[in-house]
Design a protein around this ligand. Structure first.
Ligand code: ATP
Length: 308
């Protein structure tokens, strides 16, 4: 992974905005003592998330802000940006160039972190660079003190240094995370066992309760089946009775109809008989009148005959 550029403003001795481009495989920064060479290394460590003011050779974190010199006043903000060539995706970030920025203000101790101009958390920066083996505990930056320590190290310790240089740091972090996760899982497992043993105590009574509930449910179902069968039987009987009643009603209706027809016939016969009687009565009256008339005429004739 190639560091293309460092941009700084207000960081330690770099009061003005400055941009340092790295264009070759190896770049040397030379200058007299105290001119600010180590400040560049500090700037890199700072952007990569260094949280110790002491490691940055200060008392407190705001000491990284340009404090002023004999010719100019101090400033209120320090900002450093590292620009990486990410065309080979050494950093897990989908962009050919990755800019990491850290910014701090004098009156606000909370630093701001940016990845490609987007505000992020320190954790995001640390996670991004750890994956690339560039973490602050890795050996991608070796200070003067380190070189002396390497030279004097025992073979066993030196092996550790080589392992570190081979990019073991990120795996170390992952190992610690995995151990922590394992520990948490162990605790969870223990808690789960506790809960399990508690639950196991409840299994016996619960089993008995479940059995009783099962028996109750079976009996309830059987009762419901019997009640349903009884109801069906009752309904069938009632339906038969209704059918019988309907048949009887039909028969009675036919009988009533027949009786009504008989009554009607009799009424008609009655009416005709009455009419006939009336006619006979009239005839009798007429015949009686004719008889009386004839008797009178006979009387008259007899009287006339007697007189002759
Ligand atoms: P050496 O070769 O001795 O290690 P160097 O070139 O690495 O020196 P640095 O230690 O990086 O130099 O820089 C030290 C200079 O930075 C000093 O002059 C110091 O006054 C200046 N300096 C450090 N912090 C600040 C600050 N906050 N404000 C202004 N100047 C600062």
């Amino acid at each position: 992974m190639f560091l293309k550029r460092i941009e700084m403003q207000g960081f330690k001795s770099f009061a003005d905005r400055i941009s340092i481009n790295f264009e070759h495989n190896m770049t040397g920064i030379v200058g007299p003592n105290g001119c600010g060479k180590s400040n560049i290394a500090d700037a890199i460590k700072w952007v990569l998330g260094e949280q110790s003011a002491k490691i940055l050779r200060g008392e407190k974190m705001s000491d990284v802000i340009f404090a002023g010199s004999k010719n100019r006043r101090g400033v209120n903000m320090a900002e450093v940006t590292l620009v990486f060539d990410n065309s080979k995706r050494a950093l897990n970030y989908d962009s050919d160039e990755v800019e990491l920025t850290r910014r701090i203000y004098k009156d606000d101790q909370d630093a701001q972190y940016l990845i490609n101009h987007q505000n992020v958390r320190l954790k995001d920066v640390v996670d991004l660079i750890l994956d690339s083996g560039l973490g602050k505990d890795s050996l991608s930056m070796i200070s003067q003190g380190n070189i002396q320590a390497f030279a004097e190290a025992r073979p066993y310790d030196r092996r550790a240094i080589f392992e570190e240089a081979a990019g073991v740091a990120r795996y170390k972090k992952r190992k610690i995370e995995a151990i922590n996760r394992l520990e948490r899982t162990k605790n969870n497992l223990e808690r789960t066992y506790d809960i399990l043993s508690e639950l196991e105590k409840q299994v016996g009574p619960l089993k008995r309760q479940a059995k009783r509930a099962e028996t109750y449910r079976n009996k309830k179902e059987a009762l419901e089946a019997i009640e349903t069968a009884v109801l069906v039987e009752e309904i069938t009987l009632l339906e038969d009775q209704i059918a019988n009643f309907n048949t009887n009603i039909n028969e009675l209706e036919v009988k009533i109809e027949n009786a009504q027809s008989g009554i009607e016939i009799r009424e008609n016969q009655n009416f005709s008989a009455k009419q006939e009687a009336k006619d006979l009565e009239k005839k009798i009256n007429d015949d009686s009148s004719a008889l009386i008339k004839t008797i009178n005429e006979i009387q008259v004739l007899e009287n006339r005959h007697k007189e002759q």
